[in-house]
Write a protein that binds this ligand. Structure first.
Ligand code: OAD
Length: 281
């Protein structure tokens, strides 16, 4: 049986692109698309800071997204990220991910920068994605950085048999504590492949993103609260260099500065309409 790679497209998008936004899209060639958790919200992946549904309204980021938290309780942290990794595997790209992939097929220069640790942009067809905050899908050794391959669809834990790399386990609906496997190279703890608070971004990722932002005509900021540094500096850099900045977010944002616009609505509705309109300008 064939499994669909993406969710079906909305038959007809109800979102109307404002005339000033259409005007801003005219003649644009170099674009940076900067995404956050909101772009994956319609795929069923929770955001971080939305009041009732955001992960940080239910979980403590200091316990789950810092190296100190991992040292304090590795089983809690490893189990939480394995739960998220398998949930992402079962999620599907939504119309927003697909619209972004489509944009890159007809504009000459599109750089896609994401703060997300899922792989939904890639699965929607975007080939080069700069993951500023790492990836759930690439765990590695906490001590020596050796990558640790994991099956995409199953959670893993430390095996009882020391000759095996890991054991697969069923997840419970609310997740479960899981001792992390040990590194076959040095015996260190295997950690999730995401960037935690206080850690450096992957080498070169921020520099590449800032360079693209500093040379683009327009930056499209999609589904991000823009409060986490240094990522939040990327739209700032585009604005500083004179590019337009268009925010896609259901929340009405307080914008300051010239050449900033917003399209308010869910990304899965706004982006297909925006990209349709863009193809025609
Ligand atoms: P946040 O949770 O801070 O912000 C999500 C944004 O998406 C909010 O502005 C929402 O209004 C918006 N949003 C919600 N649903 C949406 C939809 N359907 N379409 C468009 N927008 C929608 O997430 P990020 O800004 O990505 O870092 O958070 C930045 C970083 O903080 C994350 O990468 C993560 C977190 O701690 C690490 O894990 C290192």
């Amino acid at each position: 049986m064939l499994t669909p790679m993406t969710t079906p497209a909305a038959p007809h998008s109800p979102f109307a692109v404002a005339p000033e936004v259409l005007q801003a899209l005219r003649g644009v060639r170099r674009v940076v698309v900067f995404t956050g958790a909101g772009v994956s919200a319609e795929s069923g992946i929770p955001t971080f800071r939305d009041a009732l549904t955001g992960l940080w309204s239910r979980f403590d980021p200091m316990a789950l997204a810092t190296v100190d938290g991992f040292w304090a309780d590795p089983d809690l942290v490893w189990g939480w990220y394995e739960h998220r990794r398998v949930a992402v595997h079962h999620a599907l790209p939504n119309p927003a991910h697909r619209a972004i992939a489509r944009l890159a097929r007809y504009l000459p220069d599109v750089t896609l920068v994401t703060q997300n640790v899922d792989d939904l942009h890639e699965r929607a067809g975007s080939p080069h994605v700069l993951h500023l905050h790492g990836s759930l899908h690439h765990p590695r050794c906490l001590e020596c950085d050796t990558p640790f391959p994991v099956p995409p669809d199953q959670a893993v834990t430390r095996p009882a048999d020391p000759d095996r790399l890991y054991e697969t386990v069923d997840l419970l609906p609310d997740g479960r504590r899981l001792p992390p496997p040990l590194c076959p190279a040095c015996g260190g703890l295997i950690r999730p492949g995401v960037v935690w608070f206080g850690e450096a971004l992957p080498p070169g990722a921020l520099e590449t993103a800032l360079d693209a932002a500093g040379h683009c005509d327009l930056l499209l900021s999609v589904g991000t609260s823009g409060v986490v540094e240094p990522a939040a500096g990327i739209p700032r850099e585009a604005a500083r260099a004179g590019a337009g900045v268009l925010h896609v977010n259901p929340q009405v944002l307080h914008l300051t500065g010239v050449r900033q616009w917003q399209a308010n609505g869910p990304a899965g509705v706004v982006l297909p309409a925006l990209v349709d309109a863009w193809e025609r300008v």
